[in-house]
Write a protein that binds this ligand. Structure first.
Ligand SMILES: [Zn+2]
Ligand SMILES: [Zn+2]
Ligand SMILES: [Zn+2]
Ligand SMILES: [Zn+2]
Length: 443
């Protein structure tokens, strides 16, 4: 669809918001100087507010909280901050949440000329590609039953860059050619979202429909009313998340809030990556109220049919696969119709059965039964007799208690509520992020 006009995102209602943000964007190193000048001027009229922009609310200014220790060094403060950040992530809900393990995600990349901005090194575009690759790898590692498609926004159009695929290599290949993705023109949120929704419209209800937009521009160039698109996304239960690289735009915030996604503005390179990787774990499923009379929000689980395929040995006779029509000897046989597919997980092209291998299922499992969060041991008196070192890595615990800090253990010990073994903070994070199984009790 050709764009009819370029609009500044909802002029009447959001004009004030945007003009402030365009006026003095205080993101990134290069702009810092200008922004502080501006703030100083403001101080004359009224006491400068601590929080100048709404999107700064969720971002703690780490430099404000850093304090020197007795020796005048920042080392301990910095370590503290990092440990606290990691713990906060682990303390996220561990109770039984229903999560979608069969995920479908469309990654929308901004390929407009705004992406050539150098406020993130080397350019926003290169950084986005690099992080997108890491994101895809990590995403498939944690969601082996998921599928990703890629859509680009440039020159006022949305363009399909990679088809929906459950194969990480295929998705990575679609964004591997930097030259093909060269940014140009204006982005069009509406066109890109419509393409993404069109790709996912046929999906069954048990799978999630998600859109992740990496957006560097401050404008969008849409052929119609984007609020209609938003409405239809909401109706078809598409969840939209946006990682903005420039500033907060009202329409982006609306897209995320209305559809239950997450919105974030990247302050710098590291924060950009954090925002992106927060979207790797599967989202909790939206509670669906069924008119059962009792008003419970936890509907009975729907059962779905899956098949475990037979793997053909490499030396088997060559035959055509149903997915690519290629002569191959290796492949998998659909257990229902015995047609041959190249890769799992996939939907059988002939009978539509979902074909998965058991390791894929097992790897998706840990999201449903996470390791219980470890309790921070608060007092020296709570230390159990004979435990002097981390139960996992055997590194000795500090003998001297550090001053108490919120969420952290002053004695550096984190205890499993089931097996009551103590672990160090590194192992605590490793167990919950990577291993997904307590080394003490195996749960
Ligand atoms: Zn094939
Ligand atoms: Zn089949
Ligand atoms: Zn350890
Ligand atoms: Zn344990």
């Amino acid at each position: 669809m050709p764009p009819k006009h370029i609009d500044d995102m909802d002029i009447d209602s959001d004009y004030s918001d945007i003009s402030i943000e365009l006026g003095n964007i205080s993101k990134g190193r290069n702009r810092k100087g200008k922004a502080t000048d501006k703030r100083k001027q403001d101080k004359g009229k009224a006491k400068a507010k601590e929080q100048a922009y709404t999107w700064e609310a969720s971002f703690t200014r780490s430099w404000d909280t850093v304090q020197e220790d007795e020796a005048g060094s920042l080392q301990t403060s910095v370590e503290d901050l990092m440990a606290r950040g990691r713990r906060r992530r682990l303390l996220a809900p561990a109770s039984a949440i229903r999560r979608t393990i069969i995920r479908h995600l469309i990654l929308i990349l901004d390929l407009s000329s705004a992406m050539m901005d150098r406020d993130m090194r080397p350019t926003r575009f290169d950084l986005m590609l690099q992080y997108a690759r890491e994101f895809i790898t990590e995403w498939f590692d944690q969601n082996p039953l998921g599928q990703i498609g890629v859509v680009g926004m440039r020159a006022g159009l949305g363009e399909r860059i990679g088809e929906m695929s459950g194969n990480p290599q295929e998705v990575l290949k679609s964004i591997s050619d930097r030259i093909k993705l060269e940014p140009t023109g204006e982005p069009s949120l509406q066109n890109a979202i419509e393409i993404a929704c069109g790709t996912m419209s046929h999906l069954p209800t048990h799978s999630s429909r998600e859109i992740l937009i990496i957006f560097g521009s401050l404008t969008t160039c849409d052929p119609g009313n984007i609020h209609d698109t938003l409405e239809s996304c909401f109706k078809s239960k598409v969840r939209i998340s946006v990682v903005a690289l420039a500033a907060e735009m009202k329409i982006c915030r609306d897209l995320c809030d209305k559809t239950g996604g997450q919105f974030g503005v990247a302050m710098n390179e590291g924060h950009f990556k954090d925002l992106l990787f927060e979207l790797v774990p599967p989202p909790a499923q939206r509670a669906i109220t069924r008119t059962a009379g009792t008003g419970t929000t936890n509907p009975a689980a729907d059962l779905m049919m899956m098949g475990f395929p037979t793997r053909l040995p490499d030396a088997s006779p060559r035959s055509l696969c149903v997915c690519h029509s290629e002569m191959k000897s290796q492949g998998f046989l659909c257990p229902r119709c015995l047609s041959k597919v190249c890769d799992v997980p996939t939907d059988c092209d002939i009978c539509g059965l979902m074909i998965v291998s058991s390791p894929h299922l097992a790897r998706s499992y840990h999201h449903l039964f996470p390791v219980k969060p470890y309790d921070a041991v608060q007092n020296e008196s709570d230390i159990l007799e004979g435990s002097t070192a981390c139960h996992a890595c055997a590194r000795p615990f500090p003998t001297k208690a550090a001053p108490a800090k919120e969420g952290l253990s002053p004695v550096g010990r984190y205890r499993c509520p089931d097996c009551h073994n103590d672990f160090c903070s590194e192992c605590d994070v490793f167990v919950h992020d990577v291993v997904h199984c307590c080394p003490g009790c195996g749960k």
